[in-house]
Design a protein around this ligand. Structure first.
Ligand SMILES: [Fe+2]
Length: 376
């Protein structure tokens, strides 16, 4: 495996890896380490998705958003989960014959019995095919996507997404922004402050994905910010120890113990240091390419509007790197921080379940009231 600098990109992390021997286990592990520490790794080699899956499986465990897993395994169920269950399960059920046996379409794939020998369950296809225009078989079917990282409300171990362009990807782009350089550019006082700050999250519809339909927005919410009041540390690092920030790009609701005005002032200062052209890598897709990206201190966005190029099909795999690193940031999630307290994963899922039920009842009552008024 060899590496070179990415074109039109001046940040200190991010590389292109080439001449990879996909059958050499040592190189596969090297590639995993590179992705974890470089945050953005472009690979211009066309490999089957099954091979990509196998590769990432040697880096760590697969990951499914917490609530999707709970919904699909029926850990939470009932009328109040129905829309979300149907949305996630529908996407899960749409197989593509060219993908690994356990590959599912759309976001939130889940397999009750992971089989180490089989391709794993977390493949996410974004398909905007003409025949599927009325009923998309992938998540995020419409419009552009603003800056985000995967499951931004969890202080989980580092996750790497492998995004692969399968077909129709020409003229579409994905952009990547690693926070490392921006963090390093802050004054040492500011860095110390960042290390102390705890972010409060709140979901706001249509900020991350402006034109998704309401059902997909609801599904997305439970993948990103399952409950308002979740908290994460602003400072973060990769499993290899590279410093950066976990930026609440669409869910910021202030810092713990600080007024909203003061919180906004600090966040604005950080954003000003962060969102700079020189730190952004733009991938102009051709079919058969891969970009690996970190989710801990790295953001991504889709600047192109997919309605204009509805044949695009991408595969998305997400894995931890806990098999190749043994550091604090390689460990899987055991606790969730919510309104100043730590909850076990199961207790937190119970809280989300109650919260969802409350919202659902509220909504139902509002509908009833409306019906009553109309009938009168
Ligand atoms: Fe994304």
């Amino acid at each position: 495996m060899k590496t070179k600098l990415l074109p039109n990109y001046g940040a200190s992390v991010g590389l292109e890896a080439y001449d990879i021997d996909w059958d050499c286990q040592e190189e596969i592990i090297e590639l995993g380490k590179l992705c974890a520490s470089q945050c953005i790794v472009f690979v211009n080699q066309n490999i089957p998705t099954t091979k990509l899956n196998q590769t990432m499986m040697s880096w760590g465990e697969p990951n499914t958003p917490l609530i999707y897993e709970a919904v699909l395994s029926k850990k939470v169920s009932g009328r109040h989960w129905r829309e979300i269950f149907l949305g996630v399960a529908y996407l899960k059920s749409k197989h593509d014959e060219n993908l690994p046996k356990y590959a599912f379409l759309g976001m939130g794939h889940f397999n009750n019995k992971p089989d180490e020998n089989e391709a794993n369950q977390v493949i996410n296809i974004k398909n905007y095919g003409k025949n599927n225009r009325k009923r998309p078989i992938g998540f995020f079917q419409n419009g552009e996507l603003n800056w985000h990282s995967d499951q931004c409300t969890l202080d989980d171990g580092q996750r790497i997404v492998g995004l692969q362009s399968l077909s129709g990807s020409e003229n579409s782009q994905t952009q990547f922004l690693c926070t490392h350089d921006a963090y390093e550019s802050l004054s040492s006082d500011m860095q110390s402050m960042v290390k102390e700050l705890i972010v409060k999250h709140k979901w706001v519809d249509n900020v991350m994905a402006p034109v998704l339909d309401p059902l997909q927005t609801l599904g997305l919410r439970y993948g990103m910010v399952p409950m308002d009041g979740m908290e994460t540390r602003l400072y973060s690092e990769t499993a290899s120890g590279l410093a950066g920030m976990k930026i609440p790009s669409h869910s910021f609701d202030g810092f713990v113990g600080m007024s909203r005005t003061e919180s906004d002032r600090i966040m604005d200062e950080i954003n000003k240091a962060l969102y700079q052209e020189k730190y952004i890598y733009t991938q102009n897709w051709q079919d058969g390419q891969i970009v690996f990206m970190d989710q801990e201190i790295t953001l991504h966005k889709r600047p192109t509007n997919v309605q204009d190029m509805d044949q695009r099909k991408m595969a998305r795999l997400i894995f931890h790197v806990n098999k190749i690193f043994n550091t604090q940031k390689s460990k899987r999630l055991t606790q969730v921080r919510y309104k100043g307290n730590f909850y076990s994963v199961d207790d937190f899922i119970d809280l989300v379940d109650q919260d969802r039920k409350r919202m659902f009842e509220e909504f139902k009552n509002k509908e009833k009231l409306l019906e009553y008024k109309i009938n009168k």
